[in-house]
Design a protein around this ligand. Sequence first.
Ligand SMILES: [Zn+2]
Length: 324
Amino acid sequence: MDRAVVTHAHGDHVAWGCGSYLCSAEGLGVLRDRLDRDARVRGLPYGERIDVNGVRVSLHPAGHILGSAQVRLEHGGDVWVVSGDYKTDPDPTCTAFEPVRCGTFVTESTFGLPIYRWPPQAEVLDDINVWWRANRAAGRATLLFGYALGKAQRLLAGLDPGIGPILTHGAVERLNARYREAGISLPATTYAGSMDRKADFSSAIVVAPPSADGSIWTRRFGPHATGFASGWMLVRGARRRRSLDRGFPLSDHVDWPSLLAAIAATGAERVWVTHGFTGPVVRWLRERGLDAGAVETRFEGERDDEEAEGAPTNTSTPNSSYAE
Ligand SMILES: [Zn+2]
């Protein structure tokens, strides 16, 4: 593949090894961070149209993570929109989702089942702060896991810095820098690896990627409680499998009602469903008279907690640079 239009910088949405990349201007820093140093990357401001082989291409906010975009394609009166991953809930760390009118909408369906309905995020963030405070009172550190790109920064923005110091895993701290460069306000954080191992961590919260859970890296914090923020935590079994102390249902994807509302807002008559529970979503849309079908992607079948929220899975991903 010579050219790629990238909706966002999560590993399962970036085609590695392309000659050149187009992404949103907002997402330029985080995408550059993940690609080879010599990759050609161009950032396009949201809403600005360019011509690619006679097709008018523009990018529109998807509200998923910093720089996430829906791709609008217009040719001969036909308008297609490819959503990438998206959410309609507000998020202070990225531009809000914007519905785009189109004839054909290609939507994700990561949480496309009626059981997925997110509680209000203010409640979830409040629960996290209450849990952190209780851990501090009990003299144990708080380890909060969330995907390093996007989820971690949204969590950081929701933490109450008055409770104690906020520490980060290297993978998170590195992306924090890209977020701050893009003008996103995050509370002060300290890279945990820069701290004396004999320090007292009992009042601290440590934000780390899920892959750090159960690793030797966690031992330095002494007695600690673990929690994981992910949409999958809505289902109790997912938390038990990972033997976590707490699960917090906070997702960067749309839940069932928001998915259906977002599809309706496009006015699309044809909907292609991909990345997730395609079958139930297609059935639901067809029953309502829409021309709907499932599209396979190269990455179909990623159902693991971390990967479905966008972890790199391709072996050519610069994963090693993400290790602490
Ligand atoms: Zn994603």
